[in-house]
Design a protein around this ligand. Structure first.
Ligand SMILES: [Zn+2]
Length: 274
């Protein structure tokens, strides 16, 4: 894809990242994401438009509010850069297609949920349940061939098969996980993963389909076990009282599976001589 489109996508991503920051702060607190206009979380004063330019304002103001000099979290510029990279990457990989739109929307959901879970241990229903509906909807525009629907309903037609694959993946990723997680955590007396994680897994299934969805779940669980488990060991936290942001790790798994999943799965199959 020509450089200019990738550049425009990146700039668009910076601006959109600004909006995602608003969602990350407001959705877990049940605040409206449209009104009021952006305000400083320390002094509540409204932020002028020229102090609200993505990335630029943060750098110019040295990461502080102009009015109260309170620190602006480093999360703000990071999210803007993450979103810019995501938008640019989507255009590089998928061009100007419906698939690119699907993965851009998916990426935005992943960025918001990554941070809400990390900061507040919350995965807002608007995004997980809403995301399931959006994921199912996208299966009607970007056909999902990965799944058993073609075998189960050979006469369903391409769109019917795609929609069924999306729904089957959502079910198979979430329900067995919920049952297993509940049984395991009860047995060990540790904090079970929340319902938010279960809904998030269902949402990953609707977008990714079965194969890439399972990959996302495995990557997320592995990352959570290694990094989260390591953190608990190093900081000597009690796993019975200290909940891990599993959703944050699932979001990383989701993004990796979305962009590199088919290649990872191919590599894995070759390794095992399929
Ligand atoms: Zn302030």
């Amino acid at each position: 894809m020509t450089g200019i489109f990738v550049f425009i996508a990146g700039v668009f991503g910076l601006v959109f990242g600004s909006f995602l920051n608003v969602c990350i702060y407001r959705l877990p607190r049940d605040l409206s994401i449209v009104a009021p206009r952006s305000f400083c979380p320390s002094c509540q004063r409204q932020i002028r438009w020229y102090d609200n330019l993505p990335l630029l304002s943060y750098l110019l103001l040295g990461g502080r509010c102009r009015a109260c000099k309170g620190l602006i979290g480093w999360r703000y510029p990071i999210v803007e850069v993450m979103t810019a990279a995501l938008f640019a990457r989507t255009i590089v990989q998928f061009g100007l297609t419906t698939a690119a739109l699907k993965w851009t929307v998916f990426g935005c959901l992943m960025v918001i949920l990554f941070w809400t879970d990390a900061e507040t241990r919350l995965l807002p229903d608007e995004l997980t349940l809403g995301g399931i509906v959006v994921g199912l909807g996208f299966s009607l525009f970007v056909p999902l061939f990965d799944g058993p629907a073609a075998l189960l309903a050979p006469r369903a037609g391409t769109l019917g098969v795609s929609l069924m694959n999306s729904a089957i993946a959502a079910f198979l990723l979430s329900v067995p996980f919920a049952a297993f997680a509940y049984a395991y955590t009860r047995l060990r007396g540790i904090i079970p993963p929340g319902w938010g994680d279960v809904k998030l897994l269902a949402m990953l299934g609707t977008f990714l389909g079965l194969g890439q969805g399972i990959l996302a779940m495995m990557l997320g669980a592995l990352g959570g076990a290694i990094l989260g488990g390591g953190y608990i060991l190093v900081r000597k936290k009690d796993p019975r009282t200290h909940a891990l942001p599993l959703g944050t790790f699932l979001c990383i798994g989701g993004v990796v599976a979305a962009f590199w999943g088919p290649r990872i799965i191919q590599w894995w199959q070759r390794l095992n001589g399929y």
